[in-house]
Design a protein around this ligand. Structure first.
Ligand code: GLC
Length: 662
């Protein structure tokens, strides 16, 4: 049962697509007060587990921390952080009383989950203009499924997007990309995508290609596709301010950029230097911006990643002016440590400054809306612009699309990658814990920068991360400029990488089938153990093992120099070890705790009792996976495989399902 409460005058986010009547009165759980904006409080039982919040720091159980849902570009995802790039305001209280809450509010929202007082859950925001959905259900899993129904079907990518992709900030020329393709193909490490970061563009101008570096871009894209490699370019939120640049000139002429109170375009610096932000919250501007994706689609491009769409701001024109004045003032006053700290703080705080988010406006249904009030919707609507455009440009074709920033609702238009993590073992663990939370909020096509984006990775970290990454729908190795080269073929014993990624390709038929079932049934791809074993109090505590679909459990290794790890089995399972020589080692393990040895070049999965899954021969790309000759692994029984052409939208056909027996 879902109740909807409407407070004040909420901004229409389109997060919820199902019509739900408004309930009068007060929610059955907690207390709502309006003394300072909006505040919901609930006294938690000692044993209550709090799930949700999608992309944020912390564990699967969110208790004991303060989370601030505010889309923010800050690459240091340390434990003490409160926000990442997304704002997913859905949580579940699970205990003697279980219920879900979705707070549809597009600005900053704070979730104090036993942080100020260990037994108090306090959710607050500055203005009491929001919709609150309260979901009653039999279990947290049931609550998720009800929630997912009302927010609409999750984005479905093309099948090639289940392959492996290589990315790096710094590839510039056609030759750079060809080298990467060569490195993978020559070493027989499977690959389906190479991502193009900002340097493919002409001076970081969206929808342009540097012609010197790519004299025949469509020819190059076609040539790579011949090798079964799709080129996936980045699109940034900021449009470069430059006379003669079509997107800029047209945007100004048509009034499609965000404007300041005085009606002039808001100008701020991002990668291209000064830019304007397309007003993607405005329907016409969204359509206008979305249409530009066609420029690249017409050149053979079948997928994109949307970036810097919190939106990230290095500094604004006004901010820089203020800073320069401050510098002059600072230079002319006597030295003083307090003044120095204040000055340093101002310089360091230039990026993503709250004042800048107050300086510009969106025009929605004829009304000016200050960006600050709808901040968390920007990345969502940039991705929606693309998604809506794809359905105009090629209505029956699927495109790969994922975004850095997101809000619930965006899950219908694209996936997410979890932003600028680091080559830290703790970020591998964070990646594991974040996946089920993202699924709860509808984001099924998701993944992290494998190997770590910032800082220098190590061979073992990359391998261990890939061993988890083979299960994340988005599987991409991405690294920042200036870090150690991180392509798999840069390391010794390349065959280990070929083996591990090869296991992904063996599993693609199963993983794709699991993904499609989850998307089509508003279900989860990754689940916490507690969702599958609700009566097992031990399972509720496990945060470093995940269930995938109805059949398997994974227990990734996430510590350096480990030869294996402890694994908890809530029931008997068949452990399958993918050995580096391509063979499988099968062991039946009884329920309980086990130490499982997992060498650096091995992949282990656990198949649930009575379940089986199909396994293909490995392939160098998704298109070459042979699904007509697959072996079955696991227990005796049957498995219903979902399979389609992976290109079109005709998901509902009955012949997409076929029964396989073991
Ligand atoms: C941002 C993105 C990162 C990208 C970089 C350069 O930091 O998060 O993935 O490589 O910008 O475009």
């Amino acid at each position: 049962m879902i109740q909807k409460f409407v407070y004040g005058t909420p901004f229409e986010t389109d997060a919820v697509v199902q019509k739900i009547d408004t309930t009068e009165g007060t929610p059955s759980y907690g207390t709502v007060n309006f003394e300072k904006g909006f505040c919901f409080t609930y006294r938690m039982d000692q044993d209550d587990i709090i799930y949700g919040l999608g992309e944020n720091v912390g564990g699967i159980n969110k208790r004991g921390h303060l989370y601030i849902n505010q889309c923010e570009d800050d690459p240091r995802h340390t434990e003490d952080r409160n926000s990442l790039y997304a704002a997913h305001n859905f949580i579940i209280v699970a205990g003697k009383k279980s219920f879900g809450l979705f707070l549809d509010y597009p600005s900053v929202m704070t979730f104090d989950i036993g942080y100020t007082r260990t037994d108090m859950l306090t959710i607050s925001c500055d203005e009491a203009d929001l919709k609150l959905y309260v979901i009653d259900g039999e279990s947290p899993y049931d609550i998720v499924k009800q929630f997912r129904k009302i927010i609409g079907r999750s984005y479905i990518p093309p099948k090639f997007a289940f392959g492996f992709g290589q990315s790096r900030w710094g590839y510039e020329t056609e030759e750079d990309f060809r080298q990467v393709a060569k490195g993978y193909r020559e070493n027989q490490i499977p690959i389906d995508m190479i991502y193009m970061d900002i340097d493919y563009m002409d001076h970081f101008k969206d929808f342009t290609v540097n012609e010197e570096n790519f004299p025949d871009f469509p020819g190059f894209v076609a040539d790579m596709k011949e090798q079964n490699i799709r080129m996936i370019p980045i699109i940034d939120a900021g449009v470069k301010v430059e006379e003669g640049y079509e997107v800029y000139e047209e945007g100004v002429k048509k009034g499609h950029f965000c404007k300041k109170a005085d009606g002039k375009e808001f100008t701020c610096a991002v990668w291209p230097g000064y830019t304007h932000f397309p007003d993607v919250l405005n329907k016409d501007a969204r359509e206008w911006f979305g249409n530009y994706y066609k420029i690249l689609i017409d050149q053979g491009i079948e997928g994109f990643w949307n970036d810097m769409n919190e939106p990230a701001i290095f500094y604004s024109e006004e901010g820089m002016k203020e800073l320069k004045e401050l510098c002059i003032q600072f230079a002319n006053e006597p030295d003083d440590k307090d003044r120095f700290w204040a000055f340093q703080g101002r310089v360091n705080g230039m990026a993503n400054h709250p004042d800048d988010y107050r300086r510009f406006y969106h025009e929605v249904n004829g009304e000016k809306v200050c960006h600050e009030k709808v901040h968390n919707l920007y990345g969502y609507n940039m991705t929606r612009a693309a998604g809506e455009a794809f359905s105009r440009i090629a209505p029956d074709k699927r495109f790969l699309m994922f975004s850095r920033s997101s809000y619930i609702g965006m899950h219908r238009y694209g996936g997410v990658w979890t932003g600028d993590n680091h080559a830290w073992w703790s970020h591998l663990l964070l990646n594991i814990k974040m996946m089920p939370s993202l699924n709860m909020c509808g984001f099924l096509y998701s993944g992290a920068d494998l190997g770590g984006f910032g800082a220098d990775t190590t061979r073992d970290l990359l391998l261990r991360w890939l061993e988890f990454g083979i299960f994340t729908p988005l599987m991409r190795n991405h690294a920042a400029a200036g870090t150690r080269m991180q392509e798999c073929y840069q390391f010794e014993q390349v065959e280990d990488f070929a083996h591990v990624i090869g296991v992904r390709y063996r599993l693609v038929p199963y993983l794709y089938s699991t993904y499609m079932k989850a998307a089509l049934q508003d279900d989860m791809y990754f689940k916490p153990l507690s969702f599958v074993y609700p009566d097992d109090s031990m399972a509720a505590k496990v945060e470093d093992q995940l269930m995938i679909g109805d059949e398997i459990m994974i227990a990734p290794v996430y510590t350096q120099n480990a030869a294996g790890r402890y694994v908890y089995l809530p029931e008997e399972m068949k452990q399958i070890k993918f050995l580096p020589d391509g063979s499988l080692e099968e062991t039946i393990l009884p329920a309980g705790h086990h130490y499982v040895e997992i060498a650096l070049n091995e992949v282990v999965i656990f198949i649930r009792k009575g379940k089986c899954i199909p396994l293909a021969k490995t392939a160098q790309c998704v298109d070459q996976i042979d699904t007509s000759h697959m072996e079955m692994i696991g227990y005796e029984g049957e498995y219903v495989l979902y399979e389609d052409d992976g290109v079109h939208m005709d998901y509902e056909k009955e012949e997409n399902y076929r029964v396989l027996w073991n």
